[in-house]
Write a protein that binds this ligand. Structure first.
Ligand SMILES: [Ca+2]
Ligand SMILES: [Ca+2]
Ligand SMILES: [Ca+2]
Length: 248
């Protein structure tokens, strides 16, 4: 039997073997892809959740440091700092008050991070929004406070506190409504709760964390409690003489 004859018999067998092998390969490939996608989905999703949790924790710690920095500033200067509105990191003061809308009930911008000596951005590279009630920024009696123990804030935090002197927040992982560290204003939020935290008025919302794209809420919001502010000032002997009689 010559070589040509032998190859003539063998070729159809090889094609069959090849097609079987190719069939197995496709099935195997599909199975491998399926298993890989299941494995990756099972591993990557928790990893991304862990990563965001870690970023939220980091941002919360920054907000806690900010809270202390704002109280410390009030102890030294007798008032809270003005927001930064020209994006240079320093407070924007005008006369005894702040630069901004003179007819609004509050001053609003971003945290003056250079003035306070704190970190400039959250874990997602956005600035911290900051709103402060006007009576608490008055520096006309510095270093004593111009406000009294009877002074009330003009800011309301839904699910939080009424009449607070100041609020400050990170706009979270979605960053919607925030000013980015590059100086660009991000698109507005979609959910009504997050919209309240970036629409420039005196009403803010504190809500449970929820990642839903349309109605989610990932803002992290802190505020200055008037009781804590007054107590810190009292302990430091920082209230003006006319207010001391009000303290029992
Ligand atoms: Ca400034
Ligand atoms: Ca957000
Ligand atoms: Ca609002």
């Amino acid at each position: 039997m010559d070589a040509h004859h032998r190859s003539g018999r063998l070729l159809p067998l090889r094609r069959h073997q090849l097609s079987v092998a190719a069939g197995f390969t496709l099935i195997e490939m599909t199975m491998v892809m399926l298993i890989l996608s299941l494995l990756l989905g099972g591993v990557l999703l928790p990893l991304s959740t862990q990563w965001e949790n870690s970023q939220r924790r980091e941002t919360k710690e920054q907000l806690e440091r900010l809270h202390e920095a704002l109280l410390g500033f009030a102890l030294v200067h007798g008032h809270l700092p003005c927001p930064d509105i020209d994006r240079d990191g320093r407070e924007d003061r005008q006369g005894a008050g702040c630069a901004g809308n003179p007819t609004a009930s509050l001053w609003q911008g971003t945290i003056p991070w250079l003035t306070l000596g704190v970190g400039e951005e959250d874990a997602w590279h956005n600035r911290f929004t900051y709103a402060v009630s006007k009576p608490f920024t008055d520096d006309s009696k510095a270093p004593w406070p111009a406000f009294t123990l009877a002074s009330t804030g003009t800011i309301q935090v839904v699910n939080g506190i009424d009449h607070t002197p100041a609020v400050f927040l990170s706009h979270g992982a979605n960053g919607l409504g925030a000013l980015s560290a590059l100086g660009v204003t991000n698109p507005p939020p979609r959910s009504p709760s997050e919209q309240e935290n970036s629409n420039g008025d005196a009403r803010f919302v504190h809500a449970p964390y929820h990642t839903d794209r349309e109605q989610g809420f990932d803002d992290q919001l802190f505020w200055i409690s008037p009781n804590i502010l007054f107590n810190r000032l009292l302990l430091a002997g920082r209230l003006p003489p006319e207010n001391r009689a009000e303290v029992k």
